[in-house]
Design a protein around this ligand. Sequence first.
Ligand code: AR6
Length: 176
Amino acid sequence: MKLNLFGVEVEVVQGDIAFQPDVDAVVNAANAYLRPGGGVAGAIHRAAGTGLEEECRPLAPIKPGEAVITGGHNLPNKYVIHCLGPIYGIDEPADELLALCYRNALKLAEENEIVSIAFPAISTGVFGYPLEKAARVALKTVKETVPGLKKVKLIRFVLFDKKAFEVHKKVLQDLI
Ligand code: AR6
């Protein structure tokens, strides 16, 4: 599903964040130490190779809501933007910290003249954020941010499973 908001394509697809060869940047649902882990971080670091971990080391640790940018190494993307989402029930206020991830990632994208960017559903795996709540925060934040974007023309949400994909599609439809 795809729609145009203020000249920016906002798209929701089912797929693997580590295999998005047609976008400039992919976003990592990182851990504070920017190390490989499970889920998205594991997939991104596996595909990028150990050079990514080395580039990440001096940038860590990061705080919930923060984002940092690196090269894509062996990924098909020029950049990786690493965001630390809130651990649900621990890092508060969760909705504000999650929104901050998306805002900070898009800010870095603008600063680096990134035209296309793909996000996973940050915090909805190991960090336990309820899927629909997280989708509402993510898509609302993107909707609020797009009018100010000058460089970014495509924002893609890449959902791993069908359920997450359906939830994000519904939330995007509700927002318009
Ligand atoms: N592509 C797209 N989405 C994925 C993929 C993939 N390859 N793999 C999982 N997902 P998570 P978090 C979905 O746990 O909750 C890591 O170990 C997954 O189904 O990757 O922010 C880090 O090292 C879920 O909906 O990120 C951190 O310690 C969503 O992506 C911690 O987990 C996010 O799941 C971060 O936890």
